[in-house]
Design a protein around this ligand. Structure first.
Ligand code: ZN
Ligand code: ZN
Length: 207
């Protein structure tokens, strides 16, 4: 003789129980929230630890889910973030200041430690030479400053005008045509412009 498998009270009345539970929950929302909040406060460390373990065990799936979620909700999240930032400007500023201050010592130590551990390598790097587009060979760390220097600018002008860098004497004798029509040595242009000759010629042009 076969016997119906015995059902527990819960299984038999599952639907009714769940319905009742839902009604009770709906009626006691505030109480439940308060209780959950208390529980979270009282078990902060326990929960954090459990979360950590859970994360470690499900790392791949969670990371993938977060990635997908972020991708699908990019605009919403960005908008939310923007609103949060706008509403919490002072709080955020204060927080970053505290963080900055708290980590000052640590940061300095890290920098020091990093420098110490990589001293040789860093020194080598500093000595590393590179060739600038103008043809100058200099240390990599100096190149940015060099590229705004008069030397670099002058060489680049020469390359554009003559296709090569001028020699010292060529540069010394380099001539240019003044707006008055005179051909003068470039280095004397400033003085020339104050000369009677230049002033007269300019006056004639304007007349
Ligand atoms: Zn250069
Ligand atoms: Zn002139």
């Amino acid at each position: 003789m076969t016997q119906e498998p015995k059902q527990t009270y819960y299984e038999k009345n599952k639907e009714t129980i769940l319905k009742k539970k839902k009604i009770w929950c709906d009626n006691n929302k505030a109480k439940i929230n308060e209780r959950q909040k208390q529980y979270r406060i009282n078990n902060k460390e326990k929960i954090a630890e459990a979360n950590k373990v859970y994360y470690q065990e499900n790392k791949t799936a969670i990371d993938e889910y977060s990635k997908q979620y972020a991708k699908q909700n990019r605009d919403t999240l960005r908008e939310k973030e923007k609103i949060y930032r706008a509403n919490n400007k002072e709080k955020i500023a204060e927080k970053s200041k505290v963080y900055y201050d708290n980590n000052k010592v640590k940061r300095n130590e890290n920098t020091k430690k990093y420098y110490h551990e990589n001293k040789d390598q860093l020194n080598e790097k500093k000595k590393e030479k590179v060739k600038c587009v103008c043809g100058c060979v200099l240390r990599k760390v100096d190149i940015k400053r060099h590229q705004t220097s008069p030397t670099h600018i002058r060489i680049m002008d020469e390359l554009k005008l003559y296709g090569r860098q001028l020699t010292q004497s060529e540069r010394h004798n380099q001539r240019t045509t003044c707006e008055c029509g005179c051909i003068v040595a470039k280095r004397t242009l400033k003085i020339h412009k104050q000369s009677i000759k230049h002033i007269n010629l300019m006056e004639q042009q304007q007349a």
